[in-house]
Design a protein. Sequence first.
Length: 407
Amino acid sequence: MDAERLRRTLGDPSLERLVERLARRIELGRPLTGSVRLPQPSPAELRAVRALLGSARAGGSGSVAVPLSRLADALAAAGIATDLRSAVEALAGPITPRSEAAASEEAARRAAEEALEAGRHSGEAWFQDWARAVLADGTLTRLIRKGDGELLAAAVAVLDLLPASGTPLPVLAERATGDTKALSGTPLAGLVLRALAHRSDSEPAQDGEDERALWESAGGITDDLSSHVLVLGLRARDAPPLSDWLTQAAERHTPFRATLHQIVTMPIVPAADAVFVCENPSVLRAAVSAPPGAPLVCTEGVPSAACRRLLRMLADRGAAIRWRGDFDWTGLRTTSDAVDRYGADPWRMSAAEYTRALERGDSEPLRGAPAESPWEPALAERMREAERAVMEERMIPLLLRDLADGA
């Protein structure tokens, strides 16, 4: 094909309508035979057609008919293009007939659906909710039409590796996709974060802090220096200087924040038989103002990777974990997870405690998807009946008494 001569002839701007109509035929899967009519041709269009064919045959109602066999023969005889379709695609770009595009899209959709069905979490409600959303809201269709349909299977591959145990995102990305940067602000990362929002029953991430919290909720680490855990009264040994810092802070009855990096590189041995865990910083702040009691770890909501790593370390070294959260659905989920992960003992997380907390007032409506309380099924049942949440702060006097008794 002589591309330069093609641009000067069939690519003449005056023949743009003709090329567009030929491209439309290819897209519709129609053969380039017969003729193409150009309604109300301009003088420039007529001159261009005559220059190609030597003449232009008038059609009805002020149109001109362009015989496609003559056009193809003229291009071939001049050594410009061997066939008309290749000439049109050289000017308009590759054209996929709609039938082929539809078949390709359907095949990509089936492949994505099969990947979702094969996912390790496919039987879990949060995963099913996410899968339904991306199939129903046009996400998958948009990905396929952009040529990124395989991203959904890649997202499933990442989710198959979660929850992890303090694994940096580049490591997760490399294991799932072979590309260490695949989860660094990419569309793939966005898909996975949407799934993790369903998993943690939270709103979609709005900023970098939200994204970090979602990754950490599943054990993925964006930065082992920014992931930290708040503790009070936790003495430790065998891992200086972290053990020294913790012990000194405990002796001064002052809160201490440990980063994930510190916890990983300086694994401590706790100098305590039991550690209490609260959800809200206000509980720990109240404990600072009270006489020293048992060691207290604050999750500050959904536990960070640093928090999970510390609690795993404490449990592995024989410390009993006494856990509580808010009387809401998230609190039930985190408590259930702690029971599974660390063999934790729920701390004032019973149906009786919930009922007494309701009677004291200061409750609020329960929000989000309901959860279960496997350690005491009656608790979740009672919460469903009452439809009220009680935040941990409402129980501070009782919790401080427990900390004093546990010292």
